[in-house]
Write a protein that binds this ligand. Structure first.
Ligand SMILES: Cc1cc2nc3c(=O)[nH]c(=O)nc-3n(C[C@H](O)[C@H](O)[C@H](O)COP(=O)(O)O)c2cc1C
Length: 172
């Protein structure tokens, strides 16, 4: 079994920046959730807010990695209207039966992060092994690096303990 899969949705690149850095720090596989309809412009913004508020799942492309092959999956989303993004909701609904353990993170303009992390944990029906909220302005100015490093270190400890258990379980 592989240790970590990081799965994220990003409309404007902020969550993508965090997910990519985390994957590098943890040696994790990375999967970007792909929208089947574009979300550009004012219409895309309004549709995104509306879908998130209503809890309407979005149409997304089939996943490239199967989470069942990973000891834990880390899910990252932007906060939309105080909710998780609609593509992340779709991904969780489609894949949650395959999750073993989950870590969570979100990026946001200013408020609603803890509520979103709780809602994601509920939708996954899991207690997260680690979670963090990062503000967009901190990510864009690299002021998130301390928080990111601590979060990556938490994930690395979990990854190492998973690798060790796996090695101990193998017949010698
Ligand atoms: C439709 C929409 C609604 C948003 N609602 C919130 C919100 O309720 N609270 C907040 O702090 N940020 C909100 N934001 C800001 C995003 O969470 C923030 O810009 C995020 O870092 C963007 O991530 P991304 O570049 O990966 O898409 C909203 C953004 C969009 C597009």
């Amino acid at each position: 079994m592989k240790p970590v899969l990081i799965v994220y949705y990003s409309r404007t690149g902020v969550t993508a920046k965090v997910a990519t850095a985390l994957a590098q720090a943890c040696g994790a596989d990375l999967e970007r959730i792909q929208d089947l309809r574009p979300r550009t412009g004012v219409t895309g913004f309004l549709r995104s807010a509306w879908q998130a508020l209503r809890g309407t799942p979005a149409d997304i492309a089939p996943a490239g990695h199967n989470p069942v092959n990973y000891a834990f999956v880390v899910l990252g989303t932007p906060v939309w209207a105080g909710r998780m993004s609609a593509p992340m909701r779709s991904y969780i609904l489609q894949q949650r039966a395959q999750f073993r353990r989950v870590g969570l993170f979100c990026t946001l303009g200013g408020s609603g992060g803890q509520h979103v992390l709780s809602a994601m944990a509920n939708l996954c029906n899991k207690l997260p092994v680690a979670s963090v909220c990062l503000r967009q302005k901190d990510v864009l100015s690299n002021n998130h690096l301390d928080a990111l490093t601590s979060y990556a270190a938490e994930l690395a400890v979990l990854r190492d303990s998973e690798l060790q258990s796996e090695a101990e379980a193998k017949p010698s």
